[in-house]
Write a protein of this length. Structure first.
Ligand code: PEP
Ligand code: MN
Length: 347
């Protein structure tokens, strides 16, 4: 339930409503808006029977039932777009944020080369895996802490914040020390203990959609993180499994405008994992921005033929630069700016 206060409600009136909600055994979440404050309520199992107690309080304008099973991530709960700050770079709101980098950190040289190249082309956040969730236990599993260290050096070199995957609660404290944003991969989207653990940090989280997860499953997974008190969540559509196996996954672009209706959280798209093919990445990236995505996460490698992971879907730096030029035109057509990082680019 949402208690909408009158435009001129005083701080005392808002606190009195919060106190009443607590007295009823629930948790109030005051959310100041541009015109008035709304107070979300969580902790109730079903409709609140004594809602009349709140309606009668001074300064209360109306009570709205939140019908969605997810509460804190819903647009009903919070009308305005959430903007997540990743080391000074915004994701969400009016701008479009481009994240790029290798699938996995292989070496200093490879990571620095790719970081410099994607930054020169206009990417503002660097991606790179140090812990890799691989289908086969015999495939390369990532460099671990040595990879995190290389990412931190790449950040120092370029000024770009870094996003990297955290695979389990054991390594979370270590990854938090290095990363500006924690990626929860598709395979872990429903790892609820991991979701709760990242929810207890205040680190920005990139939550990727599981490849057999519905939009509702994704939003409920995000709810786990917000319910622990971390509002800094960015959702990522990265392709789902369907009957059609022509491409690696099926990019569900309809999910983008749908999620933007249902939730205030930013949504970005990963056309690299969705298609699995470098030649599909550019058209899918253009389409994602046209569909209203708040950003993209793209795999780039300086020598894809020798990449230890996901080489077939990695763009070479020249193709990534070409993509950025095209994205400027798509973004202009829908009247959204690409987020730039002047500080980073002058380093
Ligand atoms: C990745 O980003 O490298 C990755 C493994 O993605 P996903 O979890 O979407 O498969
Ligand atoms: Mn990958």
């Amino acid at each position: 339930m949402l208690v909408v206060m009158e435009a001129h409600a005083t701080a005392e009136q808002i606190e009195a409503v919060c106190a009443e909600i607590r007295a009823m055994g629930f948790t109030p979440h005051p959310m100041p808006g541009p015109t008035r404050t709304a107070i979300g309520i969580t902790g109730n199992q079903g409709p609140i029977e004594q809602a009349g107690r709140l309606q009668r309080l001074p300064g209360v304008s109306q009570l709205i039932r939140v019908t969605a099973p997810y509460k804190r991530v819903s647009r009903e709960f919070k009308e305005l777009d959430t903007v997540v700050d990743v080391g000074g770079i915004p994701i969400g709101g009016s701008g479009i944020t481009i994240i790029a980098g290798p699938c996995t950190v292989e070496s200093r040289e490879q990571t620095f080369n790719v970081a410099r190249a994607v930054q020169a082309a206009g990417a503002v956040i660097l991606r790179g895996g140090a812990y890799k969730p691989r289908t086969s236990p015999y495939s390369f599993q990532g460099l671990g802490e040595a990879g995190l260290q290389i990412l931190a050096e790449a950040r120092a070199l370029t000024g770009m914040p870094v996003v990297t995957e955290v695979m389990d609660t054991e390594t979370l404290p270590l990854v938090v020390q290095y990363a500006d944003m924690l990626q929860i991969g598709a395979r872990n989207m429903q790892n609820y203990s991991l979701l709760r653990a990242v929810g207890r940090t205040r680190h920005p989280v990139l939550l990727k959609r599981g490849f057999a997860a519905t939009v509702k499953d994704l939003l409920l997974a995000a709810e786990y993180i917000l319910a622990e008190g971390n509002p800094n969540v960015v959702l990522c559509e990265r392709g789902i499994r369907t009957f059609d196996d022509s491409l690696r996954f099926t990019l569900d672009l309809g999910a983008v405008p749908l999620i933007k209706q249902l939730s205030h959280l930013p949504v970005i798209v990963d056309p690299s994992h969705a298609s699995g093919r470098a030649d599909m990445v550019i058209p899918m990236a253009r389409a994602a921005i046209a569909a209203g995505a708040d950003g993209l996460i793209i795999e780039v490698h300086d020598n894809p033929a020798f990449a230890v992971c996901d080489g077939t879907q990695s763009l070479v730096p020249e193709s990534f630069a070409d993509l950025m030029k095209q994205l400027h035109r798509v973004a202009a057509a829908i009247e959204r700016p690409l987020v730039r990082c002047d500080v980073a680019q002058t380093k």
